[in-house]
Design a protein around this ligand. Structure first.
Ligand code: ZN
Length: 139
C-alpha cells in the first residue's frame, strides 16, 4: 500500500460519492453513515473514522475507501490475490480432474485425447482469466 495521506472522515460534512455518477454523500442523521443521492448507496464510516465502507454491495465483498482530503482512494485489499489464488486453485483442481478422467474411464492416453484435454484446459483457463479480469476491472 502506497503512503498516501488519509484524512479522518467528518460526519458533518458532505463528500463527493465514490461512485462514478458525480453524486453527493450526505451524512445520515444520528448514524455513522452517508447516503448518496445519485446511486442511492449507503456508506458507513468504520470505527476508526478513516475508512468508508459501502453497504449492501452487489459485489461479493465490500468496497472500502480512504479520504485523501480531495478524493476517495479505494483500499487495495489483498482480495485480488485471494481471487487469483482461488483461480489458480480451481485450475489446478481442474487440471488434476482432466488428468484423472482417462484413468477413471480407462481411456487410453493417445495423442488425440491429450490434444482435446489441453484444448479444454486452455478454454477453461481463458474463461477463468476473463472472469478474473472482469472482477478486477470493476475497481
Ligand atoms: Zn453515489
Amino acid at each position: 500500500m502506497s503512503r498516501v495521506k488519509t484524512c479522518k472522515i467528518d460526519l458533518e460534512t458532505t463528500y463527493p460519492c465514490p461512485c462514478r455518477k458525480r453524486g453527493q454523500l450526505c451524512p445520515i442523521v444520528l448514524t455513522d453513515a452517508f447516503g448518496c443521492g445519485q446511486c442511492h448507496q449507503i456508506f458507513v464510516v468504520r470505527a476508526d473514522g478513516y475508512v468508508l465502507e459501502q453497504l449492501s454491495s452487489i459485489y461479493p465483498y465490500q468496497q472500502l475507501w480512504y479520504w485523501t482530503g480531495k478524493d476517495w482512494l479505494l483500499v487495495r485489499r489483498p482480495l485480488h490475490q485471494n481471487g487469483f489464488a482461488w483461480l489458480v486453485g480451481s485450475l489446478a483442481a481442474l487440471f488434476l480432474l482432466m488428468l484423472s478422467l482417462p484413468i477413471v474411464f480407462h481411456i487410453p492416453f493417445d495423442r488425440r485425447v491429450m490434444v482435446w484435454m489441453l484444448l479444454t484446459i486452455f478454454i477453461a483457463l481463458m474463461l477463468s482469466f476473463m472472469v478474473w479480469l472482469t472482477i478486477y476491472r470493476q475497481h
